[in-house]
Every structure is written in structure tokens, then in C-alpha cells.
Design a binder for this molecule. Structure first.
Ligand code: G16
Length: 607
């Protein structure tokens, strides 16, 4: 099939800088003329060497949100058109045919010394053929959870992937859309790539769009358009196969069978994990369909906010308490976050990673086979996992917020389990955090502790852990969509206090400041340095507060205030988190002057 490439003039848009995890904006912004096209073409151009987009295989999919169907067609047309752009920049603006197979044959014949006539047109064609994206692997209906996409990139040795998601942000015509690029290791692109994308978006002038009919992504199968192959695949199969390799599904099935009264409820929050959860819990583990709720991906997530925390997953929380369900779990819009609860028990993500690390080798076949080589957490995450690492004699790392920072450590074999306070938990089986993996890890732990002591609950697992390690009380206060100016001034003021050193040694209530800094991270593998990653105030008793601005919001600024206090007083292990942290939170508000700068006297979400 012959494909013609249209060269379309475009103009740069401001603000196409990818944040913590890709570009996230309101749908209406993405719908502006060429806004999405600019960003996609910039992404294709920024694909790292060797190779760049030339002959690339890209995994494409998203969380089912509004505007994905349109974005899929845009990606296909730009992928089919990208080659010409790279091949012949000096010929930009020309409209000509590429992938004319006859032209290519003629040129090859010419190269071999045969006397076939060849014209300039044929040379363009050959150049283009050598340079464009060669294959897209797309989840059926554009559905791929973020962890499933990471797995596919690794499994099929793809060049990278374009993920269409704004994660936990609400969807629909008036809400958010997002695009992020993942590299060959399956993880989010590092800053070197995202910065390059941003630079290209600032100067982009032309788009190179293949003039091809729309591709039908509803049907599984393979299509070839010019030199581009589009494989539409089943969205869940490869991922479920991976989970079956990692966990002992027979053991889990037997656990539920022999504990017929043990009830679990999974909330897909009408995000992408519904079909994956259904496949795993209902089809594989044999649980009744009533064990899964909100399992149909909807373009607007059913009007909900697909963020698995106590505020937004309130339907699940309510049902677990009301119906006395033993194990409750939820995942976010794109399936990389998770929340674990039990009757009367909420597992903070910080505790979750520590507990999974503690039981990894005992309860999960993947770690029995591969070992546990090191642990890691993001800076604001509580230090509970550090305690596990110390006890097990493992290396551990504190990285900035953003899953991309774990990638190098995992690739170097120095990190096996890691997590973030933002409901992200995962391991080196892929290079994204993985909501369903965390839920299966917890079910494996529950099955394991029940072997030792029948009837052990989520609450019991927490208490057992605190008895060994002590408890790191942790909470995060989010102030969403505040005015950016006030939020930035608040952070600037703290930064100037770091410079002046005026807070060091100062007493706030019962807390004396031991250290204040703006977190900086030097990657131990590639030595890259990431500065200004959050204000850290550590007190003499080891308690800490952290303040940073979110990199994932789409409107105004979101201030995140994190507080942590350690206790090894057994009498406190069952205490209410908010009560235990109140004195520290009060001081955090005084030190930051958050109310004065943002005008908010209450957070939007407390986790
Ligand atoms: C993304 C990143 C996470 C990060 C989270 C919150 O998660 O992948 O690493 O912890 O955002 O970031 P911020 O505090 O800057 O908003 P997700 O689930 O939104 O992709």
C-alpha cells in the first residue's frame, strides 16, 4: 500500500513540559488544533538513540479515558508519517509518496548494478522506509494498564511505549487527559528524554502525518499500512501470565477454597484494572463475581475520581466496614496504584512496601527464585522500609518522587522491591508500580500468615510488623488546585530559610529542627543529579515533615505536606494516625505558613 505524507504547518504551544509522570492537562487543552499532534511528534523525535524512532516498535494503550480513541488515530498517523521527517529534513514541506514497494525494488536493483531507472522520488521512498516507526502493539480498544504496558515493552523487546493516561486524575470531556513515554526498560522516560520532548515542543513547526484511513482498534489482529504494522492484542493475557509466574495461584485458589468465609472485594474504580482484576480474581482464582466492583472501564470513570485512597474509594471502604469484608483493595485509573484495607484496618502505602519486603522471600515464589537485592522508597515515603532493609542486611535507597527514579537501580540489580507513599508499590518484575501485583502480594502474605495462625487478618499483619520494627506513623495532606503563585512563594520562603540557616536548632512545640534541606538526589548508577525535590525538615527525635508541590496536577498547584513520626512504644501501635500526628501537623502548618500562603485552612484529601 502506498502512503502519502502530509506536511502540516503547526505552531508551538507553551507548557508542554512533562511533569512527574508525563503531560497531564484538561481534555480541552489536548483537543486544541495540533496540540496532541505536536506532543506526539515531539515524543517520536525524542526517542533515544541508538535508533530513535527508526524502525521502532512501540507499545500503545491507555486507561480507557475520554479522548483515547482520537489519540490512538493521531499516534498511528504520526507513526506512519514520522519516517519521512527524520529521513529528509531538507525536503520538508514536500508532499510525496513513500513505501512505494516498486520504488524500493528499483533502488535495490540499482544498488546491485542492474540498469533500472531511478528518480529522486524513489530515494525519498527508501529513506522513509528505513526511518519510520515499524510496529505498534496496541491493546484492544486502546486498553492497557500502565503495568501491563511496561510488561509488554519488556516482553516484546519494544523500543518504548506511549501510554495514554492521566492516572488517578478524573476523566471525561471536562477533566484530564495525559500522555507519557516509556523507554525500552519498560519504565517512564528519564528526565533526559522528557526534557528533549519539551525542547522540541518549543520549536516545532511542521507535522508529518500519513494520509491513511482510521484503524479499527476494536478487533484483535494485525494490519499493515505502508511500512507500519499495527498489532491489536488482547489487553489482559500477557499481564495475567506474568502474575501467574510471580505468584502461586494454586496456593491462593486453595486459600480461598479452604477459608470459604474469607471475603475479599476489589474495586476497579471504573478504571483500566477492572478487566485485569476480573480475569485474575474471578476467572483464575475462582472468586464469585461479587468480589469485584466497578470493573468496567468507563471514559469518565463513572464520574468518580479513580484514586484509591480513603477519600475517593469511599464506596469500597464503606462496604468493607459495613459488610465485614476481610480484605478490600482498589486500584487507580491506569492500574499502577493500589490501596489495601481490612476490617478496621488501613495499610498506609509506606507500611505496605515495608511489609511486602519483609515477607517477600517467604511468601512470593518470584523472590524465592530471584532473591531480594535491595529496597527503595521515594523521599517523602515513611522510613518503615529502611528498617526492614537494615534488619535483612540489604542496601536501601531514598529517591525523589517519581517511579522513573527506581528504574536505574532495578536495571543494575540493586533494587527488588520499592514503593511510594502515593499508593505505589512494585518490584523489578516490570519498571512501573503495579496495583494488582501489590494486591496479589498482600493476598500471598495473608495466605502465608494464615498458614502459621488461622484467622490472621490485615490488622493482625500490621500489628505483627509493628512488634518487630516499631511503627512509623505517616500521613499526607493534599491541598489541591491552590493558586500557583501563593504555593510557589511558600516554597520560596522555605528555601530562603534553608539558605539563611535560621531554622536549624529552633524549637517548634516539642520538636527541635535538626536538619532542613531541599532534597537532592545523585543517581548512583548514571550519576545524574536531580535538585529541588522537596523541602525536608527533620527534627531531633527523628520525626519529619516534607513539603513539595505535586508534579501531576493539571490545574493550579497542589501542595503536599507529609508528616512522619516513629514510635517503638507498644502501647501506641494501635493508635489513631491523625491523633498520633496532630502535634507534628500543627507545627508543620506553623513552619510552612501554609494557610497564609494558600488561603486554605483544610486539606482536600488526607491520606
Ligand atoms: C505519579 C508518579 C509517582 C508519584 C506520583 C505523585 O504517579 O508515577 O511516582 O509518586 O505521581 O507525584 P506528585 O506528588 O508529583 O503528584 P501516577 O500514579 O500519578 O502516575
Amino acid at each position: 500500500m502506498s502512503v502519502s505524507i502530509k506536511t502540516v504547518p503547526t505552531k508551538p504551544y507553551d507548557g508542554q513540559k512533562p511533569g512527574t509522570s508525563g503531560l497531564r492537562k484538561r481534555v480541552k487543552i489536548f483537543q486544541q488544533e495540533n496540540y496532541t499532534e505536536n506532543f506526539i511528534q515531539a515524543t517520536l523525535e525524542a526517542i533515544p538513540e541508538p535508533g530513535g524512532a527508526k524502525g521502532a516498535t512501540l507499545v500503545i494503550g491507555g486507561d480507557g479515558r475520554f479522548y483515547i480513541p482520537e489519540a490512538l488515530q493521531i499516534i498511528t498517523k504520526l507513526s506512519a508519517g514520522a519516517g519521512e521527517f527524520y529521513a529528509s529534513p531538507e525536503h520538508r514541506g514536500q508532499l510525496y509518496t513513500v513505501f512505494d514497494v516498486m520504488s524500493v525494488y528499483k533502488l535495490l536493483a540499482y544498488a546491485k548494478g542492474l540498469s533500472l531507472r531511478i528518480c529522486q522520488h524513489d530515494i525519498f521512498a527508501l529513506e522513509a522506509m528505513a526511518c519510520r516507526v515499524s510496529k505498534l502493539i496496541v491493546g484492544q480498544n486502546g486498553i492497557l494498564s500502565t503495568p501491563a504496558a511496561s510488561n509488554l515493552i519488556r516482553k516484546y523487546k519494544a523500543t518504548g511505549g506511549i501510554l495514554l493516561t492521566a492516572s488517578h486524575n478524573p476523566g471525561g470531556p471536562d477533566n484530564d487527559f495525559g500522555i507519557k513515554y516509556n523507554v525500552a526498560n519498560g519504565g517512564p522516560a528519564p528526565e533526559s528524554v522528557t526534557n528533549k520532548i519539551y525542547e522540541i515542543t518549543k520549536t516545532i513547526k511542521e507535522l508529518h502525518i500519513a494520509d491513511i484511513p482510521e484503524v479499527d482498534f476494536t478487533k484483535i489482529g494485525s494490519t499493515t499500512i505502508g511500512g507500519l504494522t499495527v498489532d491489536v492484542i488482547n489487553s489482559t493475557d500477557d499481564y495475567v501470565e506474568l502474575m501467574k509466574d510471580i505468584f502461586d495461584f494454586d496456593l491462593l485458589r486453595n486459600f480461598f477454597k479452604s477459608n470459604a468465609n474469607y471475603r475479599m472485594l476489589f474495586d476497579g474504580m471504573n478504571g483500566v484494572t477492572g478487566p485485569y482484576g476480573y480475569h485474575i480474581f474471578v476467572k483464575e482464582l475462582g472468586l464469585p463475581e461479587s468480589s469485584v466492583m466497578n470493573f468496567k472501564p468507563l471514559p469518565d470513570f463513572g464520574g468518580g475520581h479513580p484514586d484509591p485512597n480513603l477519600t475517593y474509594a469511599h464506596d469500597l471502604v464503606e462496604r468493607v466496614e459495613k459488610e465485614g469484608i476481610d480484605f478490600g483493595a482498589a486500584s487507580d485509573g491506569d492500574g499502577d496504584r493500589n490501596m489495601i484495607i481490612g476490617k478496621g484496618a488501613f495499610v498506609t502505602p509506606s507500611d505496605s512496601v515495608a511489609i511486602i519486603a519483609h515477607y517477600a522471600k517467604a511468601a512470593i515464589p518470584y523472590f524465592q527464585k530471584n532473591g531480594v537485592h535491595g529496597l527503595a522508597r521515594s523521599m517523602p515515603t515513611s522510613q518503615a522500609v529502611d528498617l526492614v532493609a537494615k534488619k535483612q542486611g540489604l542496601e536501601y535507597f531514598e529517591v525523589p518522587t517519581g517511579w522513573k527514579f527506581f528504574g536505574n537501580l532495578m536495571d543494575a540489580g540493586r533494587c527488588s522491591v520499592c514503593g511510594e507513599e502515593s499508593f505505589g508499590t512494585g518490584s523489578d518484575h516490570i519498571r512501573e508500580k503495579d496495583g494488582l501485583w501489590a494486591i496479589l502480594a498482600w493476598l500471598s502474605i495473608i495466605a502465608y500468615v494464615n498458614k502459621e495462625k488461622l484467622g490472621s487478618s490485615v490488622h493482625d499483619v500490621l500489628q505483627l510488623h509493628y512488634k518487630v520494627y516499631g511503627r512509623n506513623f505517616f500521613s499526607r495532606y493534599d491541598y489541591e488546585e491552590v493558586e500557583s503563585k501563593g504555593a510557589e512563594e511558600m516554597v520560596d520562603r522555605l528555601r530562603s530559610q534553608i539558605q539563611s540557616g535560621e531554622l536549624k536548632g529552633k524549637k517548634f512545640g516539642d520538636f527541635t529542627v535538626a536538619l532542613i534541606d531541599d532534597f537532592e538526589y545523585k543517581d548512583p548508577i548514571d550519576n545524574s543529579v536531580s535538585k529541588n525535590q522537596g523541602i525536608r525538615i527533620v527534627f531531633e527525635d527523628g520525626s519529619r515533615i516534607v513539603i513539595r508541590l505535586s508534579g501531576t496536577g493539571s490545574q493550579g498547584a497542589t501542595v503536599r505536606l507529609y508528616v512522619e513520626k516513629y514510635s517503638n512504644n507498644t502501647a501506641e501501635y494501635d493508635a489513631d494516625t491523625q491523633k498520633a500526628l496532630k502535634p507534628l501537623i500543627d507545627q508543620a502548618l506553623i513552619i510552612s505558613q501554609l494557610k497564609e500562603y494558600t488561603g486554605r485552612d483544610k486539606p482536600t484529601v488526607i491520606t
